[in-house]
Design a protein. Sequence first.
Length: 236
Amino acid sequence: GAVGVEGLRIIADHSLSGRSGLTTGANDDDWHYTGVSVERDIAVDEWADLREVSVGEACPICSTPIEIVRCIEAGHIFKLGTKYAEAMGATVLDPDGTQHPIVMGSYGIGVERAIATIVETHHDDAGMIWPTSVAPFEAVITIVSVKDEASVAGAEALYAELTQRGVDVIIDDRDARAGVKFADAELIGIPHRVTFGPKAFADSEVEYTPRTTGDTERVSISAIADRLVATISTER
């Protein structure tokens, strides 16, 4: 406690101003002072905003109730001063022609933190949901059965057209079960999925699934490229 303390600078929080009837430590094991009055018993050298705030308290600047939320530090700024400028001999001339070391600053945005921020705000139980504007791939073409030559040929043709039209697309032609491919596409979070399966392909159609909704609809093969290009263009 601060009662009777000498030789130390006492800094107290604004909330203690005028408080009385308090209990504080007596700076001795198992002893406390009661009935303490801050103004009477403690020689405060400086008042400051020290304590941690709680939800609902009034903001000291605007009096609006304070809300506490989780956040992620995506960028930061550091004042480096003249330490590195002096070491490198980096100077600048003032209007009088006198050289001065440059006052340096560091301004950074962490790519890893930016990715973490996006994933934190764009995901569901199945995995990530990349916004198209920052997605590593904008669309994935999933082939249900790589043994179906017609589906493979159709998927490769769509892949070539989308690539030529500027869409960042990946084709999943692994020899794996369809469920595995679907789960991986959802986990990775590619915004748009086009599925080539024998049944739909026999009707000259593909299955189109936006990652944001997970709703699947059939679209004609002749229309899917235009549909994707138009949709992705509005999302970039």
